[in-house]
Design a binder for this molecule. Structure first.
Ligand code: BGC
Length: 513
């Protein structure tokens, strides 16, 4: 089928495709977003099981003994490389897998990539739930990590591609599922912590539920029109587009997709293409947003809440309970942002949250600095509760800003020909930074003590300044119009658009007009 078969009159630059939110889009989004559920579950479970004594006795007896002893330095109680490796190995595997996932996303499609993720997840669940020794446990974590690499690559792109422009914030379903996954893990650990001595196996095994959901998603979801057309299935792509948009009037969008795919085929090496001058703005922004997301310090809370709350004097139970509370705040606040992201816009949410996170981190730093001495056993209950409240305020701010936007913005700013590669880089940076936090936090806490919290507060200032000066607003801008409406108009990034290279959208416009 040729482009000429459609009416090709281009609508004015500010036209948005008037697409409905159809049942196909809704069900596809829900199924695809289960990838986030699995990612969240893996994040939530790491910190939680490490606070279960039976788990420590079986895999980390040294940490268990140290936990029982009265030590010289409270901050160092949990400083153990093996324990950190248990948490971090998943992210190391994930970041390696994402490069393979970039290939499968482009060549085999978004759907097949989700299916591969589901299979890795199921294998990972089997190994970790049945683990007899540390090696088996770590193999399980590595398999889960591979699943995360494939699913985090495919799902955000899938969501951004099928969502109509004016509700691209639908991509937030991915983040919402991450938070539900974390909460689900918190609940599973809390509910099984009294089952001795095998209770820890249950939270690992319950991960089978989201793992099966991801696999079913990979089997039954339809691929995006972008991916189908890019892989040469034009008629199928057209049919899916009609079904997803709920109208036969899809010619303009279809023509743009066809042309986007033509341009995309000219690109033989997407990773090299990422380095072209005109692609630098989205590349730099995607890398920095993912780095900054981790530099908020969110994962010291997600991974190590039980450890932190034991430090302020909570007992094992209360520490798990606190993880549950922050988990709930995380889910509820993400729900809030589903509503605000396409209304208030990306920049305002990030700036407001920056202020809120900075203030809460400062209060927590001061309480830790003043009240937790090296070998104090307990701090005043009131201060402990203050830390919990501040942690909730911090998590809420993250959940309606950097959490979802760290994934949404990179998935919407790259043109089709570099979208998979760009998303790979974004996922890879995210997992790399998450790995660093997971691997280094407990040791850094031992050496820097509350200084580590002050470090995160400093990072929040830097990232807010970046948003203020360098992050353009992308709310309601169709993906194929990013260059014209965003980059060419930005005071700083426009200098990258003035070279001789014709831009992707220029190509699209010239053909479609
Ligand atoms: C981040 C994770 C984090 C989670 C918390 C995600 O966006 O990538 O590292 O643990 O949000 O909700």
């Amino acid at each position: 089928m040729q482009i000429g078969q459609f009416s090709t009159a281009a609508p004015p630059a500010d036209t948005q495709f008037e697409a409905e939110l159809t049942p196909t889009v809704i069900t596809s989004c829900i199924m695809a977003a289960t990838g986030g559920l699995m990612f969240g579950y893996d994040i939530g479970i790491s910190g939680d099981v490490t606070s279960m004594d039976d788990f420590l006795i079986k895999f980390f007896p040294k940490v268990y003994r140290r936990k029982q002893e009265k030590v010289d330095n409270n901050y160092c109680k949990f400083d153990n490389q093996g324990l950190q490796l248990f948490t971090s190995s998943l992210f190391l595997a994930g970041l390696t897998a994402t490069f393979f996932a970039s290939y499968t996303t482009r060549k085999l499609g978004r759907r097949v990539t989700m299916l591969i993720a589901g299979i890795f997840f199921i294998l990972g669940v089997i190994f970790s739930g049945a683990a007899q020794n540390l090696a088996m446990l770590i193999v399980g974590r590595i398999l889960l990590g591979c699943g995360v690499g494939f699913s985090n690559q495919a799902v955000p792109v899938f969501l951004s591609e099928i969502a109509p422009t004016r509700i691209r914030g639908l991509n937030i379903l991915f983040q919402l599922n991450i938070t539900v996954g974390i909460l689900f893990a918190n609940l599973a650990t809390y509910g099984t912590s009294r089952l001795h001595p095998w209770g820890w196996r249950l939270p690992f095994s319950l991960a089978g539920i989201p793992a099966i959901l991801v696999t079913l998603g990979g089997l039954f979801v339809v691929d995006t029109p972008n991916s189908l057309i890019e892989r040469g299935h034009l008629n199928e792509g057209k049919a899916v587009l009609k079904k997803m948009r709920g109208t036969d009037d899809i010619e303009f969008e279809l023509n743009q997709l066809i042309e986007a795919s033509r341009v995309s085929h000219r690109v033989k090496h997407p990773f090299c293409n990422l380095l072209l001058r005109r692609n630098r703005p989205p590349l730099i922004i995607a890398i920095l947003l993912q780095m900054f997301q981790q530099c908020t310090g969110i994962n010291m809370i997600m991974f190590y809440t039980p450890v932190l709350f034991r430090l302020v004097g909570f007992k094992s139970d209360a520490a798990l309970y606190s993880a549950l509370i922050t988990g709930m705040v995380n889910v509820l606040s993400t729900l809030v942002s589903t509503y605000f992201i396409d209304w208030v816009g990306r920049r305002l949410l990030l700036l407001e949250a920056g202020l809120q996170m900075f203030l809460s981190l400062v209060v927590i730093t001061v309480v830790f600095g003043v009240k937790i001495t090296d070998n104090s056993d307990k701090i005043n209950q009131g201060y402990a509760v203050l830390v919990l409240v501040m942690a909730c305020i911090f998590v809420a701010a993250f959940a309606w800003s950097w959490g979802p936007l760290g994934w949404l913005i990179p998935s919407e700013i790259f043109p089709l020909e570099t979208r998979s590669a760009g998303q790979s880089v974004a996922v890879c940076v995210n997992l790399l930074c998450t790995f660093v936090v997971a691997q280094a936090f407990l040791s850094t806490l031992c050496h820097l003590k509350y200084g580590v919290l002050a470090f995160f507060a400093g990072c929040v200032i830097v990232m807010s300044l970046f948003v203020l000066f360098f992050l353009p607003e992308t709310k309601n801008v169709p993906i194929v119009e990013m260059t014209e409406r965003v980059w060419k108009k930005h005071w700083y990034w426009k200098r990258f658009m003035d070279g001789d290279e014709t831009t992707f959208e220029d190509d699209v416009r010239q053909t479609v007009a």
